[in-house]
Design a binder for this molecule. Structure first.
Ligand code: NAP
Length: 494
């Protein structure tokens, strides 16, 4: 890992071209990607797409669709598996890019890259299943079939917080099912996207099957979403941007002959319930891991701990002791248990929330920035938070945990469900009846029992949330590829 960090660092500051319609492009309008642990360091320089190039990217993806969609499925599966294999070969290099561009600690970076590999392998194998679907009921005198067809040209819009895994997952699902894609990476993590596109090319995907359309969401995002030849948008990011995309995509444009499909996986305000009948030590450990892993910048991060009043004060003491052991520092230093937050703007928003939280509750740990060059923030705990408080209701996306007291388990469940989001949640309890109740009534897409609420594993924990957390597409699950397919029924008289 040390050698990989050194090698990647030697590539800092390089200029990267766009990849659109099968060719490299330079526009001279350059985006600087910075190292959040040390923002004076420029990780990469990226040409931004103009609106003309964005239009061209979709038009070409649409034009090439007829060819790519007819490529035998076995070939598409082979290329998808090869992509996973190539990322695995370059795993430490990708880990290092994530450390430097996304501010992930070594362990968090490794989890992100591993998940990207898992997505390639899992979706390749799921595609084998969709390529030979179960036959429907056979009418006497007919041969009846149902087959799956790809949709067309799709726009892939990932967030920066899983800049490889989520981008790779959405892209590979679209490609293996026979769609062409235009990837619009996050402006915070364009180098990782550029490196991923290199892998797609090395794996043997045709150069026109994918475009990399770097540029700001507000400048090129709308153009890509509104294009009449865009058939679907696969988005993961914040609630507000997801809702905007959904609204824009719903309006048909001149020359458009379909309803655009939008898959939007959005934010979270995830809660962990700590019951009086729980193993308090493992509950405190789970809350700390879920709240501060990757500095709380996960859609699945625990940002609300809802604790039974019988164990409330003792739980806070355990929590405080564990938080005190966390170390915040540069992500490339393996001694850091937490790195920086992603940007100066994110740091400001999070610090503003901490100030709000100090009035809405009792500051128990942290409460401010950590001195240093990077965008470092102390792991922060705000106790005695009311359910109407902003820090209880709004996604902060940083290392800030609100702790709220519940009268009993039913009250805890009601508090956990008092949110417009419904992504992940966890319950710590040894009481089977309470667990049964949570299984039925805790309204989240991903419920965990007696374990942390982050760290969904491809295949085992299909991922996606309810309500304002999104369309519940269940990434890494057996139904996910259906988002990229449409079924055709064929009945032949024999
Ligand atoms: P974001 O601000 O919504 O951005 C997500 C992506 O959308 C970026 O590529 C962004 O590009 C692009 N974008 C912005 N405005 C756009 C527009 N008008 N049209 C098209 N694209 C546009 O979210 P983020 O800060 O990157 O990520 C954090 C959020 O993602 C959190 O809310 C988190 O909970 C959520 N998330 C959800 C899941 C899940 O599975 N549910 C997983 C991970 C993250 P620019 O960077 O150029 O603005």
């Amino acid at each position: 890992m040390e050698a990989a960090l050194k090698r990647v660092r030697s590539e800092f500051g390089r200029e990267h071209e766009l990849w659109i319609a099968g060719a490299a492009h330079r526009t001279g309008d350059v985006l600087e990607s910075l190292n959040p642990s040390k923002p004076s360091e420029v990780v990469g320089l990226h040409h931004r797409a103009s609106t003309d190039l964005a239009v061209r990217a979709v038009a070409d993806a649409h034009a090439f669709f007829s060819e790519w969609s007819r490529t035998p499925v076995e070939r598409r599966i082979e290329l998808t598996l090869r992509t996973g294999a190539l990322i695995r070969e370059r795993k430490l290099e990708f880990d290092a890019w994530l450390v430097y561009e996304a501010g992930k600690t070594w362990a968090e970076a490794d989890a992100d890259v591993s998940e990207a590999i898992d997505f390639c392998e899992y979706y390749a194998r799921q595609m084998q299943r969709y390529a030979s679907p179960e036959p429907p009921v056979q009418m006497p005198g007919e041969r009846d079939e149902m087959i799956y067809l790809p949709l067309g040209a799709g726009v892939i819009i990932p967030p920066w917080n899983f800049p490889l895994a989520i981008m790779a997952g959405m892209t590979m699902a679209a490609l293996v099912t026979g769609n062409t894609v235009v990837i619009k990476p996050s402006s915070e993590t364009p180098t990782i996207a550029r490196k991923f596109v290199e892998v797609l090319r090395a794996a043997g995907f045709p150069p026109r099957a994918f475009s990399l359309c770097t540029g700001s969401g507000s400048a090129v995002g709308d153009v890509l979403v509104e294009h009449p030849k865009t058939r679907f948008v696969s988005f993961t990011g914040s609630r507000d941007v997801g809702l905007r995309i959904n609204e824009l995509a719903a309006r048909p444009r001149r020359g458009q002959i379909w309803i655009k499909r939008v898959v939007a996986e959005m934010g979270g305000k995830d809660a962990i319930i700590v019951d009086r009948e729980a193993d308090q030590e493992s509950a405190a450990a789970g809350v700390v891991q879920s709240a501060y892993g990757y500095q709380g910048q996960k859609c699945s991060a625990c940002s609300r701990a809802i604790v039974d009043e019988a164990v409330y004060e003792a739980f806070l003491e355990r929590l405080k002791a564990k938080v005190a052991k966390l170390t915040v520092g540069p992500a490339d230093d393996p001694a850091s248990s937490m790195g920086p937050v992603i940007s100066a703007a994110a740091r400001k928003t999070i610090l503003d929330y901490i100030e709000t939280g100090k009035h809405e509750g009792r500051l128990v740990a942290g409460g401010g920035p950590v001195p240093g060059d990077g965008y470092f923030i102390q792991p922060t705990v705000i106790a005695d938070v009311d359910s109407q408080a902003r820090v209880f209701q709004e996604e902060i996306f940083g290392p800030v945990l609100a702790v709220t007291k519940a009268r009993d388990f039913d009250h805890a469940l009601a508090l956990a469900n008092d949110s417009e989001y419904g992504l992940t949640g966890a319950v710590y309890s040894n009481n089977r009846e309470k667990i049964r109740k949570a299984r039925g009534e805790f309204f989240v897409g991903n419920l965990y029992v007696n374990r942390k609420c982050t760290g969904a594993m491809v295949g085992a924990h299909p991922f996606g949330g309810f309500n304002m957390s999104g369309t519940d597409s269940k990434a890494g699950g057996p139904d996910y590829l259906l988002q990229f397919l449409q079924a055709k029924s064929i009945a032949e008289k024999i």
